[in-house]
Write a protein that binds this ligand. Structure first.
Ligand code: DGP
Length: 110
């Protein structure tokens, strides 16, 4: 989608700190990290949210890549995976993405 910020990151039109990419998926650091490790797993194909995702194979790939990326980042022993769906739930970018958060939370006492 032409006005989608994550589509622009996928297309290389907006820079990102990319840590993983394959034919279907890109993963990059969140610009506003909420933990010492905070990355976003994003399908290259545009789906506005989990409500629109209708590709079971891609859904499987999105989940199965998470532990691989967590291991790459050294947080596979303990991490959270979050998918916000809808503005009321905090979804600010209308392109489905999974958050991976690991390590100490930023701004929160341990
Ligand atoms: P959500 O609130 O679940 O829609 O998460 C969207 C996340 O995307 C939010 O944590 C901030 C991040 N984000 C927004 N714009 C950009 C950007 O241009 N680059 C990067 N790397 N992250 C972004």
């Amino acid at each position: 989608m032409s006005d989608c910020i994550f589509c622009k990151i996928v297309a290389g039109e907006i820079p990102s700190k990319k840590i993983y990419e394959d034919d279907d998926i890109i993963c990059f650091h969140d610009i506003h990290p909420a933990a010492s490790v905070h990355v976003l797993v994003v399908p290259k194909k545009h789906f506005s949210s989990l409500n629109e995702l209708d590709d079971p194979e891609l859904a499987g790939k999105l989940f199965l890549v998470v532990p691989k990326i967590a291991k790459m980042l050294g947080v596979d022993g303990a991490y959270r995976t979050v998918v916000n769906t809808g503005k009321g739930a905090g979804q600010s970018v209308a392109h489905i993405h999974l958050h991976i958060l690991g390590g100490p939370r930023i701004g929160m006492p341990e």
